[in-house]
Design a protein around this ligand. Structure first.
Ligand code: FMN
Length: 195
């Protein structure tokens, strides 16, 4: 079986700490010999428009803008959703926050239009966060936002891996490799036991 992985990537830096966290995860994943197909949605490159609260999705399913379609396709196909992001100002960087705000269309689909599961496919989810300081207060805020998101996206958060102090320490895989191995193991088990 091939695991379909969809990544919401929130860093503007292709070789930053967030990207390296993903690399570390995939070396754990591949090490276990599990086949995967990966789609990365780079929030900075995509430049998704912010929600303008026009009220369209309260009346009709969907959004007035069509730039969300790649996210929708990714979410509908994924067995595993990974949110990988740096902490910016105690929260998600603006381009990734815009992606989450656009899931208001799922909120309205559910609560205004009565669609029980706006995203049909159930999936496992992981959250990887890189934060410059030793204070993980921002990660706590982001996890609260994700609890709401994952409910709408039909995703179960299995594990969070945080790399702290990135403004002071050079990337060292050993700081996160145990957390990543554990995350990969949990996903494997979850997907195997899913009905
Ligand atoms: C605009 C901006 C805001 C930031 N805000 C925070 C913050 O609130 N808390 C924190 O711990 N680090 C903060 N940082 C540091 C980043 O989280 C850190 O450098 C992280 O490693 C960046 O991820 P990257 O290496 O993938 O680009 C901020 C950095 C930037 C550029």
């Amino acid at each position: 079986m091939t695991t379909e992985i969809f990544i919401l990537f929130g860093s503007p830096r292709d070789r930053g700490y967030t990207a390296r966290m993903l690399e570390c995860f995939f070396s754990c994943w591949d090490g276990a010999g599990i086949k995967k197909r990966t789609v990365i949605f780079n929030a900075y490159r995509a430049g998704i428009k912010p929600c303008i609260h026009c009220g369209h999705c309260k009346k009709v399913r969907g959004c007035i803008y069509d730039d969300f379609i790649p996210v929708e396709q990714g979410l509908n196909k994924a067995d595993l959703l990974i949110v990988a992001s740096p902490v910016y100002g105690m929260g998600f960087p603006a381009p990734l926050k815009a992606v989450f705000d656009r899931t208001q269309q799922y909120f309205e689909a559910k609560f205004s239009l009565g669609i029980e599961k706006p995203v049909q496919k159930h999936k496992a989810a992981l959250f990887f966060a890189a934060c410059g300081s030793n204070n993980t207060g921002g990660v706590t805020v982001m996890k609260k936002q994700l609890a709401l998101e994952f409910g709408l996206l039909n995703a179960a958060l299995l594990s969070t891996v945080v790399l702290r102090n990135t403004d002071k320490v050079i990337f060292d895989e050993s700081l996160i490799s145990a957390g990543m191995k554990n995350a990969a193991r949990r996903v494997r088990r979850y997907l195997r036991d899913m009905p």
